[in-house]
Design a protein around this ligand. Sequence first.
Ligand code: ZN
Length: 220
Amino acid sequence: MTLEGTNTYLYGSDPCVVIDPGDDAPDHLEAIRAAAAARGGIGLVLLTHSHRDHTAGAEELDAEVVLPAGGDIHLGLRTIATPGHAEDHVCFLTETGVCFSGDLVLGLGSTIVPPGGNSLAAYMDSLALLQAEPIDLIAPGHGPWITDPEARLAEYVEHREMRERRLLAALAEGERSRAALLASVWDDVPIELLPMAAMAMEAHLEKLEAEGRLPGELDP
Ligand SMILES: [Zn+2]
């Protein structure tokens, strides 16, 4: 989801790092080149994950492009593996407590965790990893900066836990129809977002099944 476009960040100087170049529109790339030139050029392009809205312009910047593994350090940025939104998703932490969060946490709304590979369990673990880090500011891949990281991370955790509680309650009452579960647990979602809510529900069901908490088969 691109919301109002992808945020591109430049970090450091002589040379700087470009994080998530975003799209490949010529004026956008020109703006990155100009800002980077003022910082002594581009030493490296770092990606938070392989989704095209974050990566499309990467190869146009005449610098090495890296999607690092957890634990890697590049020009002062420490990589934390944070799968969930995407399997290859990572966040970058500066020594001064800034986190470039990609799509793990967004400046607005909530992020998509598509089902597959028990992605939601991975996503919850990723949020917990960030909660354990000393972070003062989150610079997300979409939307404005997050100046209250602790509160926002807790909100993200609570939001998913709330859905899980409600889903478990509906299942405990004997509901087995996917459509009915969706309508009762995601009852606050506008109709145009229901396809995304259905994906979110599948991710929840997958997590419950992996944890042995899904009471029997659901109707298709
Ligand atoms: Zn993405």
